[in-house]
Write a protein that binds this ligand. Structure first.
Ligand code: FES
Length: 578
């Protein structure tokens, strides 16, 4: 039985507000407390505005203004908007990692939609995990849904130098440690980076996931890349408010949009824009919600066929403001049409092909043609081998070419604390060929799979001019980061994956051409270490932490909770009560 009652032509919200009984009285009466007149109860589609605004999520701190623009659109199209909050996930602040709470937010979004009297929903997101959490929640609730992303910040400026969020933090932190900039410079950069509302303005996880929300067909065309401070952000919010009212009337739901073809389109666009490695985890989780089998190998196949064309940091040189002025995601998708499922349906009510075929590029230095691509293939690749039997990923577009085929001696850190304590010790036994290995950075081991993976280069090597090394972990890395960094090793070390067996001095071979990552020890030694491995004590024995540890899946399955996958029986109509 569908969740929404409009299968028989009636609005779902009328089950609450259209009744001539005690319940109808109660539902209308309590909403009148907010000053709404009788006219709003008379057959208007009720549109929830799911807002991840929070002053603790600075990237989303302008979303209440965006919500006002959405409301204007809903009212003008004959709907009735009601804004509601969910948990918000602020990337810079939350401990141990926002990733630990993505599924909690997705559950909050799903259940808030399901439990309340709404016919459709507009979802407002921006900072890294807020977009995938809302996509997962909206997919599971399956009411008509449209996304309005918050948009990237204006570009940072330090003097006449452009400063990219995250990417230039890592760059200038290394410059400071190497003594090439001063403390005063470092303070000025801090003041120069975040100039406006909005999410990080490199092709980090936020820019990637908002771009993929558009590629999936869940935003109006051209929404994702409009800067947060641009008035067109509010115009598209207004138009999204108008459009969701039509979508309710058309009964156009995520299940008609979030298909296998839409997922393939999103992966294709992810590779073309040099998107964040985190996108692979989030798209895997979304596929799991939809009951779509989408193996990691498929990401790699698409990667091999797709050129990296977005010249945006950390893979390239420009910033998201430039991406928007160049034409944004519609241009990327128009250029890719021969490799996309152009017939895929979108929230506009039209296909991808209809939406993007007239898009125009205004700067071919920023959005390259395929014959001038940054890389002919492989924004992110998937590795397998005896060190990662269930997979690992590497963002080759942000890696060093001379390290893509590399064998080196492992220098092992047992956890992030161990790494932070020892990495800058002058006596550290390390050279430029070493492979830095971090254990216990995964979904269970850290916990929450924080963005530890872009391990800092040891200070003594920085001073020698070393800028990159091969680094391997079961953690994630910020989408704003760069370097030859192998991530998401699965199974993770905390559950006894082979990463847990590596010892300092072992040789590790990275072979990106062959998509291989191997620990070069013989089988007998491998078995001896396996037999003596012991798990660490778990971090939590109660509360959400315990639920998380008991239910979280490994990185190769998207780190969703096992009990949230698939469509299940949750769409069953539930009784009303007051
Ligand atoms: Fe929010 Fe980067 S910290 S998007």
């Amino acid at each position: 039985m569908p969740l929404m009652s409009s299968s028989n032509g009636a609005l779902r919200s009328q089950e609450w507000f259209g009744r001539n009984d005690k319940l109808g009285f109660l539902h209308r009466s309590w909403l009148r407390a907010e000053g709404f007149p009788t006219s709003v109860f008379q057959g208007k589609p009720v549109i929830g505005i799911c807002n991840s605004w929070s002053e603790l999520t600075s990237c989303n701190a302008h979303l209440r203004q965006v919500a006002e623009a959405v409301k204007r659109g809903v009212w003008s199209a004959g709907g009735f908007p009601l804004e509601f909050p969910t948990i918000s996930l602020g990337e810079p602040f939350m401990r141990p990692s926002t990733m630990m709470f993505r599924n909690l937010m997705a559950m909050d979004v799903e259940e808030s939609i399901r439990a309340n009297p709404m016919d459709g929903v507009v979802l407002l997101c921006g900072c890294d995990k807020t977009t995938p959490a809302q996509l997962m929640g909206a997919a599971s609730a399956d009411l008509p849904s449209i996304f309005v992303t918050g948009g990237p910040m204006l570009k940072g400026m330090w003097g006449n130098k452009e400063i990219g969020s995250g990417t230039d933090v890592w760059h200038y932190w290394d410059e400071l440690r190497a003594g090439r900039i001063t403390e005063e410079d470092w303070c000025e950069i801090e003041c120069s980076m975040s100039r406006s509302a909005g999410h990080c303005m490199v092709m980090g996880t936020a820019s990637t996931m908002t771009s993929l929300a558009e590629a999936l067909g869940m935003t109006l065309t051209g929404c994702a890349n409009i800067p947060a401070a641009d008035s067109r952000r509010y115009e598209i919010a207004h138009r999204s408010g108008e459009r969701i009212v039509e979508m309710v009337r058309e009964d156009l739901r995520p299940s008609a949009i979030l298909t296998r073809e839409a997922l393939e389109n999103a992966v294709r666009v992810d590779m073309a824009i040099g998107g964040s490695t985190n996108a692979i985890i989030h798209l895997k989780a979304l596929a799991g919600r939809l009951g779509i089998d989408f193996p990691l190998e498929r990401f790699d196949e698409i990667s091999r066929e797709t050129a990296v064309v977005a010249n945006i940091r950390p893979s390239g040189t420009h910033l998201m403001e430039d991406m928007y002025y160049a034409g944004g995601i519609p241009v990327v998708m128009r250029d890719l049409l021969d490799q996309l499922h152009g017939e895929a349906m979108t929230v506009t009510g039209s296909s991808v092909r209809e939406n993007v075929s007239s898009a125009q590029c205004h700067n071919r230095e920023v959005i390259r043609t395929r014959d001038r691509a940054l890389q002919s293939e492989g924004g992110t690749i998937v590795l397998k081998g005896n060190l990662c039997p269930k997979g690992a990923v590497l963002k080759t577009s942000a890696a060093s070419n001379d390290l893509l085929q590399h064998t080196g001696r492992a220098l092992v850190f047992e956890d992030h604390e161990d790494f932070m304590r020892r990495i800058d010790m002058p006596e550290l036994d390390v050279d430029a060929n070493s492979v830095l290995v971090l254990k216990n950075g995964g979904p269970i081991g850290a916990p929450g799979m924080p963005e530890y993976g872009n391990l800092s280069i040891p200070a003594k090597l920085l001073k020698q001019g070393v800028k990159d090394m091969v680094r391997i972990s079961d953690a994630r890395m910020s989408g704003t980061s760069y370097g030859t960094v192998v991530l998401h090793v699965a199974p993770e070390s905390a559950v006894g994956g082979p990463l847990s067996l590596v010892e300092t001095g072992d040789l590790i071979r990275l072979d990106t051409a062959g998509r291989k990552l191997d620990l070069l020890i013989d089988d007998a030694e491998f078995q001896r270490r396996t037999n003596t491995w012991k798990p660490r004590e778990e971090y939590y024995d109660r509360g959400f932490g315990k639920l998380y540890l008991d239910a979280v899946l490994q990185a190769d399955e998207g780190c969703d909770f096992s009990f949230l996958r698939g469509t299940g029986r949750a769409a069953r109509k539930l009784p009303l009560a007051f």
